[in-house]
Design a protein around this ligand. Structure first.
Ligand code: C2G
Length: 141
């Protein structure tokens, strides 16, 4: 594919306990271009976000790299890396779920900013809550 035909989409996230909300975000993001690159929050950056993943960075990265909509995954470990990342990657589109609406409008200087509707009724937090509430499974010896 010639260079000018390449249309790079950039997004970021923790992607813990990979679920359909993540899939739908990545699918729609990928449809906005020809390449989707994901900045994956490190465990240390999650701590800055006040989050703690069940899955390690390496495991979350392996799952994302196996996703058909994702072309490349790199580490997100700083709130201020998005503009340099967009420049480095030649990003044409920056995508986030609309729970972030307005928070990254500064990216419009680098690329088109798109906030996509979140998928309702699913989240890593909700999955963890369901797991805690589930009755203990007795594994017959
Ligand atoms: N998402 C979604 N629908 C859900 C859950 C998540 O569309 N039911 C989207 C979020 O809006 C986000 C992406 O999936 O765009 C990843 O979600 P998280 O892993 O929760 O990422 P977050 O903690 O929001 O990290 O610098 C930006 C941050 O790293 C974003």
């Amino acid at each position: 594919m010639t260079a000018q035909a390449q249309r790079t989409v950039l997004t970021y996230g923790t992607f813990d306990l990979f679920h359909p909300g993540h899939v739908q975000l990545l699918k729609r993001a990928r449809e906005l271009g020809t390449r989707l690159v994901v900045g994956l929050s490190t465990d240390e950056f999650n701590a800055l976000k006040g989050k703690q993943s069940v899955m390690s960075f390496e495991d979350r990265k392996a799952v994302l790299e196996a996703c058909r909509y994702v072309d490349e995954v790199f580490a997100e470990d700083d709130w201020d890396q998005k503009v340099p990342d967009a420049i480095r990657l030649g990003a044409d589109v920056f995508v986030m779920g609309d729970d972030w609406a307005g928070k990254f409008d500064f990216m419009a200087e680098q690329c088109h900013v798109v906030y996509l509707a979140r998928t309702p009724d699913v989240s890593s937090t909700e999955i963890k809550q369901r797991m805690r509430a589930a009755p203990a499974v007795v594994l017959h010896a």
